[in-house]
Design a protein around this ligand. Structure first.
Ligand code: FAD
Length: 434
């Protein structure tokens, strides 16, 4: 018997580790509730993780399988479990954040030669899409060109039945905690994710190139909370979109390539967790102003597009990519608030919160060295609202005081024009190396 250890791959379809383990014989699924990760996660994101773990347990049971849940450090819990049950090995989908690499290294030391790793979290594994000379990419467009040339692999079906397994009668399945999310959660589990994907591809893919930038997020798939926990396979999503073809499919797959690119950047540059990818931008002034930070975080800056984005995020755990760019850029470039805690707080509010994509998003929008984003690009916030929220419907929904008008509805926390000049002066000095 083999253990399949699920981490950010809470699904049965297109699961290379599960497929390989089943080729060897009976399989037992396991999820380890790791206090180091869960203790540093917000209630809404823990609740989303638990809901999807529960859905995975149900999916196992429906096919005659079992998913155990244990709590503790994986490198202590899993060797104990493997020895107790006489499991020959552990099969898992590779994760590549700095902590995941440390954790998985500890497990390998504890069970030498008994762990097998597989792809599956990304379409192209971090560290595999390289320049012809073997160097990693830091700019998206050449990365994506190379990405298209790589083999995408076959989408693997979910198992129909798990082979019978004889487990000791006294073995406990392990409790999955219940936690109040404080925000409405999307329906959990891979069947729900596959339905959302199907609906998006059928109804909105064709219009995606035009509708994706709407601030209200009505033109996008809202699949990111599923991708983040691997409830939906990104490879399956790419295959299905490309089968439909057209400009919409190309554009949408391009966004999934950004996801792979984010994973690749953090893999090659773990320092992004703490610092700007381009170290020169560490020289940007940052202020530790709790009032300004609080106004940004609570959606009380007086600037409608910023406040609408933050209030929607606080209330729902989701906000569109356009609003995320506005919120991060406002924080880094205009408010000059200390961006690391802001980035972390932002991630904790997102149901799709993910180290790699969030760091990439912040460092791209903030011009901190990701991609070729020029430092002198500073959004005109009124223009953003007028262009991407026609009629001010989204603004009115989240900031009723604004009446849908993109101009400040109360004295703003910042003089935007002065803030923009202050940023550009500092940025020019840095760019010129002065
Ligand atoms: P769609 O437009 O339908 O795109 C499909 C999928 O492609 C998404 O589900 C996502 O997996 C991926 N994707 C789309 N855009 C990007 C992008 N720019 N970078 C990486 N992947 C992308 N995404 C996260 O999943 N987690 C985060 O923590 C996160 N933080 C962000 C922070 C900032 C400041 C910014 C600018 C972007 C961030 N993103 C993050 C990327 C992007 O905003 C979201 O993935 C997207 O808005 C999710 O909505 P969707 O599923 O409807 O996307």
């Amino acid at each position: 018997m083999h253990l399949v250890w699920h981490r950010a791959d809470l699904r049965l379809h297109d699961h290379p580790a599960l497929t390989a383990a089943l080729q060897q014989g009976p399989v037992l699924g396991v999820v380890v509730l790791d206090p180091l990760i869960l203790g540093a996660t917000s209630p809404r994101r823990r609740a989303w993780f638990y809901a999807n773990t529960q859905a995975l347990r149900t999916a196992y049971a429906q096919r005659g399988g079992v998913l155990l849940v244990r709590t503790g450090s994986p490198w202590e819990v899993l060797p104990r479990l493997a020895n107790e049950l006489g499991a020959q090995g552990i099969f898992a989908v590779r994760n590549s954040t700095p902590y995941a690499r440390f954790r998985d290294g500890q497990l390998e030391k504890a069970l030498p030669g008994r762990i097998r790793w597989f792809g599956g979290q990304y379409v192209q594994e971090p560290g595999t899409v390289l320049k012809p000379d073997g160097a990693p990419y830091t700019v998206f467009t050449p990365y994506s060109k190379r990405w298209w040339q790589a083999e995408q692999g076959r989408v693997l079906p979910a198992p129909e039945h798990f082979p019978a397994l004889s487990l000791p009668a006294e073995i406990a399945q392990g409790e999955i905690p219940l936690e109040e999310a404080g925000v409405p959660l999307p329906p959990a589990g891979e069947d729900s994710a596959l339905r959302v994907l199907e609906g998006f591809l059928r109804d909105r893919l064709a219009a995606y190139p035009r509708a994706r930038d709407l601030l209200d997020g009505s033109g996008v798939s809202r699949l990111s909370p599923y991708f983040t926990l691997g409830v939906l396979s990104p490879r399956l999503a790419v295959h299905q979109a490309l089968q439909l073809g057209g400009e919409g499919a190309q554009k949408w797959v391009n966004e999934l390539i950004w996801r792979d690119f984010s994973g690749d950047l953090l893999y090659h540059h773990p320092r992004m967790l703490e610092a700007a990818l381009d170290p020169r931008w560490e020289g940007l002034p940052q202020t530790d102003d709790p009032e300004l930070y609080g106004a940004w975080l609570q959606g009380q800056t007086g600037i409608p597009v910023v406040d609408a984005g933050m209030r929607e995020l606080q209330a729902t755990g989701f906000v569109s990519n356009r609003a995320r760019m506005v919120l991060a850029q406002f924080a880094v470039k205009l408010a000059l608030i200390y961006w690391r805690p802001a980035e972390r707080a932002f991630r904790d509010l997102l149901l799709d919160g993910d180290n790699a994509s969030n760091l990439q998003g912040w460092q791209w929008a903030g011009g901190l060295g990701v991609d070729a984003a020029p430092y002198f690009r500073v959004f005109n916030l009124t223009h953003q609202a007028l262009t991407h929220d026609p009629g001010g419907v989204w603004l009115r929904k989240w900031v009723p005081e604004s009446g849908g008008n993109p101009e400040p509805y109360k004295p703003p926390v910042l003089d935007l024009e002065a803030a923009r000049r202050r940023y550009l002066e500092a940025a020019q000095r840095i760019a010129k190396g002065a």
